[in-house]
Design a protein around this ligand. Structure first.
Ligand code: F3S
Length: 399
């Protein structure tokens, strides 16, 4: 791989041991994927923040990087942590876990990384523009950045994203290159879709179809009349979870779609398939719901406004988490949504989510509108699920 003089200096350790480690990670990746050079990146999203996933070994590595002089050279934000940093006690997080999680956040802060603790960095100021090269981890955000924003990123892991933050570089391969962004499969959506649950279910159906194809084609959706930001973030989370997709195009909606024609190979998606995906995760026989979680990916201010309007003057009767980015929560505080939601007995869980918080085994049946959350509810936390629309979730919470 051809490196610039500055990149060679990084590799030789002239900018300190942490930068050398970071450049070694990127050079190794570049070699594996046969990149010809590095690309400068302008934005990074780092995952692997919850102490529940990192453990002591992960924390030690972060502390070592921070002590070795690792500092973010470009705008870098963080994925959700394992707790609400301000309100962890109310969410049942233990003091031990909170102390360890805080050590993780301190290490990231020492490296100049913004402790945004959200999987929707694009809603809180980390918003790359069309064609910008970035290095993001967090599969739903990667898919959103590539597909909806038209920025360019591979699916980074925690270490490679941190390495990109510290060097301001990423190897030039994969979705950074024009030739790898072409659609390979047309999806004719032969039904109306409405709401985050429908779009999540579409991601399940299409993601599973793609997973069965060895070449993992990039989907090109046709016949979707419209999609809100919230529906798109739901589709991104779901198709990334069930199909490993990091990019799709939607005719008439996403920015690169007009550069391509629909792929010759096509499949049709029917209402019956969407409904069957919904029914798979929505099991009324699962027993009584004891946990309602909204915000996977993290809720936008428009979704919080809807939750507040549905909860106004009512009372929830089970544990309800509203997961969102702290800056979005602050806006909700300012305009009064928080007061309405908390008066109803629901809890804000800013900075975290039902997947990365240490809640395995704490509940039996979780209700959500997120197909991604259903996947991890069962796989990681051993919960049964109800897969409902947002208004249905509020009804369930108050039942
Ligand atoms: Fe975000 Fe957690 Fe879902 S990180 S996409 S809310 S699993």
């Amino acid at each position: 791989m051809l490196l610039t003089a500055e990149e060679n200096a990084m590799l030789a350790g002239e900018l300190g041991p942490a930068v050398r480690t970071a450049m070694r990670i990127l050079a190794a990746l570049g070699k594996i994927y046969q990149a010809e050079s590095m690309l400068p990146v302008s934005s990074v999203q780092v995952s692997g923040v919850s102490f529940d996933n990192l453990g002591e070994a992960g924390l030690d590595w972060l502390a070592e990087m921070a002590a070795g002089g690792a500092r973010a050279r470009v705008l870098t934000t963080l994925n959700p942590a394992g707790m609400d940093v301000e309100n962890w006690r109310a969410l049942g997080i233990s003091p031990d876990f909170a102390a360890n999680q805080q050590r993780v956040l301190d290490a990231f802060s020492q490296m100049g990384i913004l402790p945004t603790c959200t999987c929707t960095p694009y809603l809180v100021g980390n918003l790359p523009h069309f064609g910008e090269h970035i290095a993001w981890a967090e599969s739903s955000a990667v898919c959103f950045a590539n597909s909806v924003l038209g920025a360019r990123t591979n699916r980074e892991g925690g270490p490679s994203a941190l390495a990109a933050a510290v060097t301001g570089r990423t190897p030039a391969y994969g979705l950074h290159l024009d030739e790898n962004r072409k659609p390979g499969l047309t999806i004719i959506v032969d039904c109306e879709l409405s709401g985050t649950r429908d779009f999540g279910a579409l991601g399940v159906v299409v993601g599973r179809a793609i997973e069965k194809m060895p070449e993992r084609p990039i989907p090109y959706f046709t016949s979707i009349a419209s999609a809100t930001l919230e529906e798109l973030k739901s589709l991104c989370a779901s198709i990334a979870t069930y199909g490993g997709s990091a990019l799709f195009h939607i005719e008439g909606i996403t920015p690169e779609a007009s550069q391509f024609s629909p792929a010759a190979r096509s499949i049709k998606t029917s209402r019956a398939e969407i409904d069957s995906a919904i029914l798979e995760f929505d099991n009324p026989a699962a027993g009584a719901v004891d946990f309602v979680s909204l915000g996977c990916p993290h809720l936008s201010i428009r979704e919080i406004a809807e939750v507040a309007s549905l909860l106004q003057g009512r009372q929830v009767r089970k544990e309800v988490w509203i997961t969102t980015a702290r800056p979005t929560k602050r806006l909700a505080d300012q305009v009064g949504y928080t007061q309405i939601i908390e008066a109803a007995g629901a809890k804000f869980a800013a900075d975290t989510c039902c997947v990365v918080a240490p809640i395995t085994g704490r509940f039996k049946v979780m209700a959500t509108d997120s197909a991604k959350a259903c996947y991890y509810a069962f796989g990681k936390n051993h919960f049964r699920t109800r897969f409902l629309t947002l208004p249905e979730l509020i009804e369930e919470a108050c039942r």
